[in-house]
Design a protein around this ligand. Structure first.
Ligand code: CU1
Length: 150
């Protein structure tokens, strides 16, 4: 009896421990018809193991005219990814295909729609310099912000 109690205790310790290690941190960013994001900065604490990011288009215009996505790259890669995505078209979310510089991205959404992306923070360096932006042609000038981890 005591042996089996010990086993249960050991199991509880094991599993409580592992859930405490996994931590999803959720963020919601709104985009509107004025080509603006609701946040210009996202600071993810070091204990987050996963980021769950939802982009909500609170405007009314369709994706063809005022589509928005949420894209994350290193700040050093941001301009090159914007340039490479410009001609990629709406069907490719205005992003170069299978580009390793893109850490995470949502699809392009229009007014009233939303999209979510989840990604592991193991892809991020603590103290790294990241930029999030919308890759719809021309939007990055206004729709961008600073993203930090740790
Ligand atoms: Cu946009």
């Amino acid at each position: 009896m005591i042996k089996s109690m010990r086993l249960v205790f050991a199991l509880a310790l094991c599993c409580l421990g592992s859930t405490a290690l996994a931590k999803t941190c959720s963020y919601t960013v709104e985009g509107n018809d004025q080509m603006k994001f609701s946040l210009d900065q996202i600071a993810v604490p070091a204990d987050c193991t996963e980021v769950d990011l939802t982009l909500k288009h609170v405007g009314k215009l369709p994706a063809q005219a005022m589509g928005h996505n949420w894209v994350l790259t290193k700040t050093a890669d941001f301009q090159a990814v914007v340039n490479a995505g410009m001609g990629a078209g709406l069907n490719n979310d205005y992003l170069p295909k299978d580009d390793a510089r893109i850490i995470a991205h949502t699809k392009v959404v229009g007014g009233g729609e939303s999209a979510t992306v989840k990604f592991s923070t193991s892809k991020l360096a603590k103290g790294g310099d990241y930029t999030f932006f919308c890759s719809f042609p021309g939007h990055y000038a206004l729709m961008k912000g600073k993203f930090t981890f740790g």
